[in-house]
Design a protein. Structure first.
Length: 151
């Protein structure tokens, strides 16, 4: 041991005291593996919920689009959903079709089958229902504003 005034230090041997032992490394890797096993299923569920929300947001956006086209073009716009072809069709002031991408096991309902949006912002009352498994989101079309409101 070498001492210089108040500070002392030992000279460490070159082998055996630096780094981690093999047992310590194996324990850390085992803990990381256990944590990854716990986190992976939760991440999968989160991503499923996120894709469902994204799908529902796209459907609500299509409804707002129909209202916007009716108001901006000054004509009536009818929005229909074809469940067999997964198509939203807009007719009247705008003639368009948009494909609806539904993720695995998801369904979409439009009640009544045709929603009509008027140039003054009014709309026929209706409901949008998006379902997947046990989870669902339902929106009511406010007849006075034509805007979808979450239930």
């Amino acid at each position: 041991m070498t001492c210089l005034r108040k500070y002392c230090w030992r000279k460490a041997p070159i082998l055996g005291t630096r780094g981690f032992s093999l047992l310590e490394l194996i324990m850390v890797l085992a803990l990381l593996g256990i944590m990854a096993g716990v986190v992976a299923p939760a991440t999968g569920r989160f991503l499923d919920k996120l894709s469902f929300r994204k799908q529902t947001a796209a459907l609500v956006a299509a409804t707002r689009y129909a209202r916007l086209m009716a108001v901006s073009r000054g004509g009536v716009v009818a929005m229909r959903y074809d469940p067999s072809a997964h198509l939203l069709s807009f007719s009247g002031a705008v003639e368009e079709k948009k494909e609806v991408e539904l993720s695995g096991g998801a369904t979409f309902e439009l009640r009544p089958q045709t929603l009509v949006f008027y140039p003054d912002g009014l709309a026929t009352p209706g409901r949008l229902v998006s379902r997947r498994g046990s989870s669902f989101q339902e929106f009511f079309i406010d007849p006075l504003t034509g805007i979808p409101v979450r239930q």
